[in-house]
Design a protein around this ligand. Structure first.
Ligand code: HEM
Ligand code: ISQ
Length: 148
């Protein structure tokens, strides 16, 4: 079975909830990533010169929002076409140049799922987690392919 209407709907509503408090959720997202992969701090131009995660940095917020927005868009694409096409042709090269490798994608996925868990609170379900995971994996695979 492909990506279902229900899956698209629940990803959609939790993406809307994420957007309600980007300052809080974007800091949470980076904090979880850096807990798991402290060395990743130096990869991000807007993190490397600060102690910890800056609490009010517009570039940090914009980047975090972009990642969630792209995963949401991946869910929409999976529902409509059954596959994910990268719209930004430079994304593979950017990640190669920053030194991103395969295991980093697992770290970002875990952080994304934990952040969504905070976003939805008691509305969390395994079904919701699975839907975000499928959408993320589809997008991550498209980026990884563009990196080779
Ligand atoms: C840059 C998306 C995975 C690290 C970017 C940019 C986007 C993006 C849109 C901005 C590109 C530009 O400036 O033109 C994503 C998505 C991912 C993903 C959607 C997963 C599905 C990862 C992973 C890592 C990573 C796993 C490693 C921890 C970076 C870094 C930059 C970057 C270091 C450059 C940030 C800077 O400007 O300093 N990514 N990314 N990304 N990404 Fe990712
Ligand atoms: C990966 N790529 C770009 C921006 C990001 C922001 C937060 C976490 C991971 C990211």
């Amino acid at each position: 079975m492909g990506f279902t209407e229900k899956q698209e709907t629940i990803v959609n509503s939790s993406w809307e909830a994420f957007k309600q408090n980007i300052p809080v959720y974007s800091v949470l997202f980076y904090t979880i990533i850096l807990e798991k992969a402290p060395a990743a701090k130096d990869m991000f131009s807007f993190l490397k010169d600060s102690a910890g995660v800056p609490q009010d940095n517009p570039r940090l917020k914009a980047h975090a929002e972009k990642v969630f927005e792209m995963v949401h868009d991946s869910a929409v694409q999976l529902r409509a076409n059954g596959e994910v096409t990268l719209t930004n042709a430079t994304l593979g090269g950017v990640h190669v140049q920053k030194g991103v490798v395969g295991p980093h994608f697992e770290v970002v996925k875990e952080a994304l799922l934990k952040t969504i868990k905070e976003v939805v609170g008691d509305k969390w379900s395994d079904e919701l987690g699975t839907a975000w995971e499928i959408a993320y994996d589809g997008l991550a695979n498209a980026i990884k392919k563009a990196m080779t």
